[in-house]
Design a protein around this ligand. Structure first.
Ligand code: RBF
Length: 166
């Protein structure tokens, strides 16, 4: 799976009726903040450009990618958000910690997705180097924060379409 072959930003256009009514929760990990700040900005910019109201976008910060799991769970259980967008960046180090965190976050968020119907978007970079991260937060492979926002909007549009079939 290569970012070089996939750039949702150029491939997807999403129109959602009443997008200004939707509430978004954006959870941002503070590790590798230089990267996650760029992902966060692109995500918010895309939501607003798509018609979301700034006041309906709640941004919360967590220490690291690992905490995205419990923060997502909290957001879903405690608030009435319509979508959760998780933003983080895990960069491989010298120890196996990278693998544990990536697997934990991925499995944790997947388990949450499987138990409820609110879109939970995986905007977490898992990369071997800082350069690979830079390439994906506004570099040659686009910005995955922007794509995370588009994905949330597309899933919300799907929810709308499905509910019209009832
Ligand atoms: N969090 C990240 O979001 N990205 C990382 O690259 C990252 N690397 C870590 C490496 C080590 C050795 C440790 C101990 C933690 C790292 N974390 C990272 C933080 C992790 O997501 C979490 O916040 C902490 O483990 C506390 O639960």
């Amino acid at each position: 799976m290569s970012s070089a072959d996939q750039n949702l930003t150029s491939a997807v256009s999403v129109e959602i009726p009443d997008v200004d009514q939707f509430h978004f929760t954006v959870l941002v990990a503070k590790w590798n903040r230089e990267i996650t700040a760029q992902l966060e900005k692109a995500c918010i910019d895309r939501l607003v450009a798509s018609g979301a109201r700034l006041r309906n976008i709640r941004i919360h910060y967590v220490p690291g990618a690992w905490e995205l799991i419990s923060a997502t769970s909290m957001a879903l259980d405690i608030t009435t958000t319509n979508a959760v967008i998780c933003i983080g960046c895990v960069i491989r180090g010298e120890t196996p910690h990278f693998d544990y965190i990536c697997q934990g976050v991925t499995n944790g968020l997947a388990a949450i997705c499987a138990r409820q119907n609110i879109p939970v978007i995986y905007g977490v970079l898992t990369v071997d180097s800082k350069q690979q991260a830079l390439d994906r937060c506004g570099g040659k492979y686009g910005n995955k924060g922007d794509e995370a926002a588009l994905t949330a909007l597309e899933m919300m549009a799907l929810g709308n379409a499905l509910s019209e079939e009832l």
